[in-house]
Design a protein around this ligand. Structure first.
Ligand code: GLN
Length: 204
């Protein structure tokens, strides 16, 4: 499996570690490429769009022509996990004209809404598809104010969606890469695919 971590700005190495953990646990060979220029996304099976600063990330993606490649990845139905600033960049309506949105997730977000109340906090979160609560770390997190009808809400916090899915796009307001718990990466990047250990080839 080749995983691309969008690395124009923001937290990159933690996502790479999480991908390697998930792949190792499934017995899948993984290669992680960091993406700062065009020409690399096309070879990736899965993508990560990390937290950081959404105006900067979105402008660099557009400048480098990586934005079009991410669209092609999603149109091909390949998974992408977008976290925090990544969620803002993916959103149809980031409510800030400085964000050059990729418009691939039908949500409206208030960029720093959680941050205005509490800069950073951790909370146990019930997530659809996970048996036990997930330790969610929120850092200047965006608030999802509304979701379109094609968007599934995977988790709420205090009445607002904080994890959503639209087809191959999974996005979170929080930072799943900042704990050692890789279940959300697993859910987003491998959902519905059997673990290698379950496939007939693996038992031969
Ligand atoms: N609120 C920040 C932004 O607008 C994102 C914060 C984060 O990624 N930790 O970019």
């Amino acid at each position: 499996m080749k995983a691309g971590v969008i690395a124009v700005q923001g937290d990159v190495s933690e996502h790479a570690d999480a991908i390697r953990r998930v792949a190792d646990a499934r017995g899948v060979d993984s290669e992680v490429v960091t993406i700062r220029e065009s020409g690399l996304v096309g070879d990736c099976d899965v993508l990560l769009m990390p937290g950081g600063e959404s105006t900067t990330i979105s402008q660099l993606l557009a400048r480098e022509g990586i934005d079009e490649e991410i669209h092609a990845h999603v149109e091909a139905g390949k998974p992408i996990l977008a976290t925090c600033a990544g969620l803002i960049v993916a959103a149809r309506d980031p409510q800030d004209e400085r964000v050059q949105s990729l418009d691939m997730l039908d949500v409206s977000v208030d960029r720093n809404a959680f941050g205005r109340q509490k800069d950073s906090f951790e909370a146990p979160l019930d997530i659809n598809g996970l048996d036990e609560p997930f330790p969610a770390v929120f850092i200047r997190a965006p608030l999802i104010e509304s979701v379109g009808e094609n968007v599934d809400v995977l988790a709420d916090w205090e009445g607002s969606p904080v994890a959503v899915r639209q087809g191959p796009v999974v996005a979170t307001s929080f930072h799943p890469e900042l704990t050692n718990d890789s279940r959300l990466h697993e859910l987003a990047l491998f959902d519905g695919q059997p673990a290698a250990a379950d496939t007939p080839e693996a038992s031969q």
